[in-house]
Design a protein around this ligand. Structure first.
Ligand code: UD1
Length: 426
């Protein structure tokens, strides 16, 4: 199993290019199921998760042409040969579940495994299923699979979500494009990736308005066609590098950064005493911290445009070395503090009580072997390792490879000292 060896203490100076957004790419790839014409996605991040979804799409009969190392992915679902998404594929990556609605819309039926729990909480799919049922799908759950059919076809529906779910909003929006009549989604999630998906679907001939607000309207059309779409830049990757620079100190500029999508994080970094120059027109974010210690600030995760849950672990790493006590509240997922005990191994002082973590900043962290537990948790350990004195070894970094493209190359180009080692866990 690969691991990362980090020698901490070096400042970061230089520029980091932001890759295409994983969370957007995954849903854009699924959109190819809605048409028999080719879809070309550019600015694709080559990650374990996107490669993995490509394999599932191939199982369903999609022709995928995406050579290694290239950022353009061609998808052609001219003919589907299966409408079954097996357990092994959906369990490993929850976003695979979003093929269900598009398969029903395209083929009239589908059998898709339930995703099951995940490390960061129960994460049910009840809102996804309610939306599909409202659109006329008959659903049965048998042996861990959702068996779905819409003999009469799907029809538009008025769906009021009980909470804003990114996945359920996207799933309902994808499916509604081919349903007859109008679908209205209320209390929809407002994450920027939803707008990116709507833009692509509209280029394919869909009629979607309101994406990015809490009410989305979809006028169903009979057929969608092929298109080319550039995946939006990854705001979570960008936010992660911003925090790495803030933790290590130095002067880093992020290029191709979705500045407008990072308002809440930028505000928190400034509150913590980091100098942030945001240029929306140029899509650059410059992060500077020279010598002065960070100030502790409180944060509470919220649906967009609030502070993203996907940056909570990274912010905790940062607050571990801040001056004072910071209270970090996680309101989106019920079990998303697994990084806290690992950060403690580096000397952080963190007390978790329920949905809250009380972080008492310490002047210095010291390197230690630690274990990655999920995608965002693992990168928080890298950030802490960069700020720590001495050597940190992050084990189980396959979590990291799910969502960060060329992480060590990007950080090392700015002066970090990170090596990837192969072999057994320590
Ligand atoms: C997406 C992102 C993930 C991010 C999360 C919240 C992708 C691939 N993943 O995940 O990185 O952390 O948004 O910003 O885009 N819920 C239900 N029932 C449902 C669906 C969700 O109760 O049917 C709950 C979840 O358990 C969670 C909350 O709603 O507590 C938010 O989840 P959701 O927005 O759906 O997250 P994902 O789409 O799974």
């Amino acid at each position: 199993m690969d691991r990362l060896n980090i020698i901490g203490g070096a400042e970061l100076n230089g520029r980091i290019p932001v890759s295409g957004a994983k969370n957007s790419a995954l849903k854009l790839m699924v959109a190819c199921l809605l048409t028999d014409e080719p879809i070309t996605l550019t600015n694709m991040p080559s990650l374990a998760d996107t490669r993995f979804l490509a394999q599932l799409l191939e199982t369903l009969g999609v022709e995928v042409y995406w050579p290694k190392g290239e950022s353009t992915c061609h998808l052609n679902a001219a003919e589907l040969k299966s409408t079954i998404a097996p357990y092994e594929q959906v369990r490993k990556m929850r976003a695979s579940f979003n093929v269900l609605g598009p398969l029903i819309a395209r083929s009239g039926h589908a059998t898709v495994s339930l995703p099951g729990g995940c490390a960061i909480g129960a994460r049910p799919v009840d809102l996804h299923l309610q939306a599909l049922e409202a659109m006329g799908a008959d659903l049965k759950v048998e042996q861990g699979y959702v068996k779905a059919a819409a003999i009469q076809g799907l029809k538009g529906a008025h769906i009021v979500f009980s909470m804003p779910s990114v996945g359920a909003t996207e799933h309902a929006m994808l499916t509604a494009t081919l349903a007859s009549g109008e679908t209205i989604l209320e209390n929809a999630a407002r994450e920027p990736e939803i707008e990116d998906l709507a833009d692509c679907l509209n280029k394919m001939g869909a009629k979607i308005t309101g994406a990015g607000t809490s009410t989305i309207r979809v006028q169903g059309v009979e057929k969608l066609h092929g298109t080319t779409h550039a995946v939006m830049p990854d705001r979570i990757e960008a936010g992660t590098y911003a925090m790495a620079a803030a933790a290590a100190g130095g002067d880093v500029t992020l290029d191709g950064c979705p500045v407008e999508a990072l308002g809440a994080m930028i505000a928190k970094l400034r509150e913590a005493g980091v100098t942030v120059d945001a240029d929306e027109a140029a899509q650059t974010l410059r992060i500077r911290r020279n010598g002065t210690r960070l100030k502790a600030v409180n944060v509470s995760t919220q649906p967009h445009p609030g502070f993203p849950t996907d940056l909570q672990a990274q912010f905790m790493a940062l607050m571990s070395v801040a001056d004072g006590t910071s209270i970090i509240r996680e309101t989106i997922f019920e079990n998303r503090f697994m990084h806290a005990p690992e950060l403690q191994r580096l000397g952080a002082n963190i007390l978790v009580r329920g949905q809250e973590a009380v972080v008492k900043g310490v002047p210095h962290l010291t390197g230690a072997p630690v274990m990655a537990t999920d995608l965002r948790a693992s990168v928080s350990l890298v950030i802490a390792g960069l700020a720590a004195e001495g050597e940190t070894v992050v084990n189980r970094i396959y979590h990291l490879d799910r969502g960060f493209e060329r992480l060590e190359a990007k950080l090392n180009a700015c002066g970090a000292n990170i090596k990837r080692l192969s072999g057994e866990d320590e």
